[in-house]
Write a protein that binds this ligand. Structure first.
Ligand code: M6P
Ligand code: ZN
Length: 190
């Protein structure tokens, strides 16, 4: 039987101590996921920016356990589309998740496979509950790193599937200096 434990979560930096691994997602790991592929190429000719990183404590991928992670999304855009996580459904689709905003300004996109989409503005202290069956992607709509904490069932797993090809039904772009949610022309109903 696992022994109880505690960790330290720095609310300003999102650092979770101790953690077992940090995963880094660069623009080259997300090819084709932003709408403006010409803008993506122009950036990649010069550099390969870190879009986001997330640190996890490795816990059993079993029913009854929980997974804990903090994610930091860099500020920035590809064309006029804000940096974001890949987004995913759960491999076990009947599992939920909690996202808690810690620092910066962001937006959560949540959608069903049929494309019923909702958005929730995120910031420090905003807690979002993602019910079973809803895919989820976080977007940094601010000019500083956007940091959030996540907790989800141990055996939820990740299903990127169609999201890697067609994305979400809507995308977040900057218009007149402000975020605007628009239809994603590439999206196809699952
Ligand atoms: C959060 C959690 C993780 C997820 C990570 C990055 O920390 O939801 O499960 O892996 O964000 O998001 P994604 O897997 O969509 O790239
Ligand atoms: Zn999830």
């Amino acid at each position: 039987m696992m022994r109880p434990f505690s960790m330290h979560l720095d609310f300003k930096t999102g650092e979770l101590l101790p953690h077992d691994r940090t995963n880094i997602r660069k623009l080259s790991d997300m090819r084709g996921m932003f709408l403006d592929t010409d803008a993506e190429l122009r950036i990649l000719e010069k550099e390969d920016p870190i879009i986001y990183s997330f640190s996890e404590r490795v816990l059993p991928e079993e029913n009854g356990h929980l997974q804990l992670a903090t994610t930091k999304i860099s500020p920035g855009k590809v064309g006029d589309e804000y940096f974001m996580t890949k987004g995913h459904y759960h491999r076990r689709p009947d599992t939920s998740e909690v996202y808690l905003g810690l620092e910066g300004k962001g937006c959560l996109l949540i959608q069903t496979e049929k494309g019923d989409l909702e958005s929730i503005d995120m910031g420090p202290g905003i807690l979002a509950y993602i019910p079973p069956y809803w895919g989820h992607r976080m977007v940094n709509t601010g000019s500083t790193p956007f940091i959030f904490f996540a907790v989800y069932p141990g055996d939820a797993g990740h299903n990127y599937g169609d999201i890697e090809r067609t994305g979400f039904a809507k995308i977040l772009v900057e218009r007149n200096g402000k975020p605007l949610l628009i239809d994603n022309p590439k999206w196809k109903r699952g």
